[in-house]
Design a protein around this ligand. Structure first.
Ligand SMILES: NC(=O)c1ccc[n+]([C@@H]2O[C@H](COP(=O)([O-])OP(=O)(O)OC[C@H]3O[C@@H](n4cnc5c(N)ncnc54)[C@H](O)[C@@H]3O)[C@@H](O)[C@H]2O)c1
Ligand SMILES: CC(C)[C@H](C(=O)O)[C@@H](O)C(=O)O
Ligand SMILES: [Mg+2]
Length: 368
């Protein structure tokens, strides 16, 4: 029997609740296709800080690197929120594992499930036909540049300030832009053949370099793909104005973070947005949303972004396209039958169709 080893990182908040549903779905697929999934759970984020003092313990990294794929839920929460730069933060664990595993490509598919059209913030005629893929650069930019907090004389005393100062740096190397641009063009060739490259080239030097490199690769190797440039502020507006016009959207780390939460709302909820983080080795799959501390422990979180991340794992890491299709079909069927978690229910959803995290996972498994 084919066996895959999966590193599980439940993390914090709703993390343990939703990852359990992802595992349930994997097991359902395993039974159907006679494949065994072995799980090794490891610590990441706030729980890792509590138990080991660091958000990314070496042991977690070792388990992740030795696995065939990593399934992550979410990290963070108010318990560990601090503005003290000397205190560990859960998010450092997430950024650390992305960097250590070299996961420079983050794919965030924004597809509409027809049954959820009424859950979208946007009008039905605007979301009709929306199917876009955000290709977010994940290991560079502002998230990983030099940063510092310090005191300096200049600002001290002005309006009573005591002179604190801080900076973050936004930096990109040519090869980092080159490789993410290729990922976007390759994705576009498998989709509808269009790439929108999002930057802020009217202001930022990194964006001007980004634009030059994206165009050079396009002209030399992907002339068959349609390429458009769009400034990030305009993109934020166009995403809710004409979302169906986008196919592949490629952008730097922070713009991608912001635009993907915005795009999630087109689908109805952040609880629907899956993601795959890919590099040259083991890949990591996680929902795009966070640990949702406001609903943690209540059993009401939507597990579908996690389950759809499992779908991506089967497709990208295990070459199990048929099983991935089964998951997608099962989720579609459950939604078509009217089942909803709280975040995607509409004014017309009957109360007996509103289910919790575990029930939603069960419904998907039954249809696999
Ligand atoms: N990948 C990650 O681990 C990740 C991603 C984003 C935020 N975070 C962290 O999560 C913590 C909370 O951040 P936040 O509140 O800004 O963002 P969040 O994504 O956790 O939540 C935003 C809103 O969406 C809702 N939501 C999110 N996922 C949901 C789901 N599956 N089902 C139903 N509703 C859902 C939440 O209840 C909340 O109202 C912070 O510590 C943040 O740093 C982690
Ligand atoms: C938690 C945070 C560091 C993370 C990010 O900004 O990358 C999250 O918002 C995401 O979108 O995965
Ligand atoms: Mg985010």
């Amino acid at each position: 029997m084919k066996t895959y080893n999966i590193c599980l990182l439940p993390g914090d908040g709703i993390g343990p609740e939703i990852i359990a549903e992802g595992v349930k779905v994997l097991d359902a697929v395993g039974r159907k296709y006679d494949v065994a999934f072995n799980y090794t759970e490891a610590l990441l984020g706030g729980i890792a800080i509590d138990e080991t003092g660091t958000a990314l313990p070496q042991e977690t990294l070792d388990v992740a690197k030795a696995s065939d794929a990593v399934l992550l839920a979410a990290v963070g929460g108010p318990k560990w929120d601090t503005t003290d730069p000397n205190q560990p933060r859960p998010e450092q664990g997430l950024l650390g594992i992305r960097k250590e595993l070299g996961l420079y490509t983050n794919l965030r598919p924004v597809a509409i499930f027809n049954a959820l059209a009424s859950a979208s913030t946007l009008k039905p005629e605007i979301i009709d036909g929306v199917d876009l893929m955000i290709v977010r650069e994940l290991t560079g930019g502002l998230y990983f540049g030099m940063r510092e907090r310090f005191y300096d004389e200049e600002g001290a005393g002005v309006n009573g300030a005591n002179g604190q100062r801080a900076y973050d740096t936004l930096e990109y190397r040519e090869y980092e832009i080159d490789r993410i641009a290729r990922q976007a063009f390759e994705a576009a060739r498998k989709r509808r053949g269009k790439v929108t490259s999002v930057d802020k080239a009217n202001v930022l030097e990194t964006s001007r370099l980004w634009r030059e490199i994206v165009h050079a690769i396009h002209d030399a190797e992907y002339p068959d793909v349609e390429l458009e440039d769009l400034l990030v502020d305009n993109t934020a507006m166009q995403l809710i104005n004409r979302p169906a016009d986008f196919d592949v959207v490629v952008t730097e780390n922070m713009f991608g973070d912001i635009l993907s939460d915005e795009a999630a709302q087109i689908t109805g909820s952040l609880g629907m947005l899956a993601s795959a983080s890919l590099g040259d080795g083991v890949a990591l799959y996680e929902p795009s949303h966070g640990s949702a501390p406001d609903i943690a422990g209540l059993g009401v979180a939507n597990p579908l972004a996690q389950i759809l991340s499992v779908e991506m794992m089967l497709r990208y890491s295990f070459d199990m396209g048929a099983a991935a299709d089964d998951i997608h079909r099962a989720v579609t069927a459950v939604l078509d039958e009217g089942w909803r978690t709280g975040d995607i229910k509409g004014p017309d959803t009957p109360a007996d169709k509103v289910v919790g995290t575990v029930k939603m996972g069960d419904l998907v498994c039954e249809r696999i």
